[in-house]
Ligand binder design. Sequence first.
Ligand code: S5P
Length: 481
Amino acid sequence: MAVNEEKIDALILRLHEIEAVKFGEFKLKSGIMSPIYIDLRVIVSYPDVLASVAGCMWDVLKANGAEFDNMCGVPYTALPIATCMSLNNDCPMLMRRKEVKDYGTKKAIEGAFTAGQTCLVVEDLVTSGASVMETVEPLNQVGLKVKDVVVLIDREQGGEARLASNDLRLHAVLPLSRVLKTLEKEGKMSADLVQSVKAFIAANQTGPNASGNEMGAAETPKRLAYAARAELTANQCAKDLWNLMETKKTNLCVAADVDTAAELIELADKLGPEICILKTHCDLYPDFDDTFGSKLLELAAKHKFMIFEDRKFADIGNTVVGQYGSGVHKIADWSHITNAHIVPGSGIIDGLKSVGLAKGRGLLLLAEMSSKGTMANGAYTEAAVKMAAEHPDFVMGFISTRPSAWKAEWSKGLVQMTPGVQLGGGGDAMGQQYNTPERVIGECGSDVIIVGRGIYRAADPAAAAAEYRKAGWDAYTAALA
Ligand code: S5P
């Protein structure tokens, strides 16, 4: 069945009439002026348009031979469209809960389905493809396969390529160029206006790491090089790390969760040339003693890496002062970087800062975690970002898993470090979830990969570290291109 061109033209004219597609001078959230603005939320108020949209989207799928068992709309604008397609064609629908990012404790996907079925994703507007991916991932997590994505308008800013790189086929009823063609032909746009929209679209292409914008704003900033990020931070430790990564050409942090301090020191000497950070859990080592810090600092100077004691402080400010500065481990004396949960509130940062700032240390906040069922998401992640902004001198970044889904202005000079990395993906028996270095750096927008068992459990840890280093660095340089 071919798609009916007249029906498509009529739909374009109606979309223009109801101002779902507007031309003029629009200031986007980023401050960029755009000659085009697309807001498809309005179509719910025009039943004829909604019916036509759903009909055309179904037609394009059938014309392209897409096959699927059920369908799921990307919240929210595409939900009524998916509902219409479901009703008209007797195709079961599923719903993704946008609020529930914690797939472990609540159902992220509602509806009846069985693992192994193929689900169609329905979206109203695609810019970079990022919002589509946010729906594909929870569908995959519950065992549904996604092969096809249908969209009303494709802004032709890189979304199709991004989805294709995830083995997803994009079926667009209206590539933006088609909208322009019809509106020009029908006298709704001048040739000059068409040219200026085309120029704007060409100048605002999104890369594979860009965060999408459902509001139709092409406002994704280009990924900055590590050296440029060094200029954007007020924390000395972050500055040092950015510059170290740039000059040493590595974004690999090894999580050295070995059994003894002696093994750790040996591993640090062996892997030192490959890494930018050595991450420790000093309470894992029964032979920890007062020489630990100085030995490690010596190796850090020899091989040029930084030390990150992954202490995950989580107490009130007054208590963490002692835990960080003194006690058994005297962490602040030898660890350049440490981290904290934000669950106690910002007092924990005040406490740690009172010890670490004068020593030139940096703090990472746990904004997200790699483990299944983590509670660190949504409003919690946002709270971490807010707290970081209140302490730019001491907070140097985050432990995060998907910073590309955060608002772009949240990152800048802050370092994003991501654990749960293995070349083969997968997970462990206790809830750890792994992503590949390519995905973590490229798609998820992180800056540093944290790799533990993938390296220290390998038959040849130094060779494995070299392999992870290359994968992480290649993903970073590809993201800059
Ligand atoms: O969310 C997190 C945060 C951290 S710091 N998930 C994690 O796995 N980590 C740490 O990263 C964890 O404590 C361990 O040291 C490392 C991951 O190790 P792997 O062996 O699973 O690669």
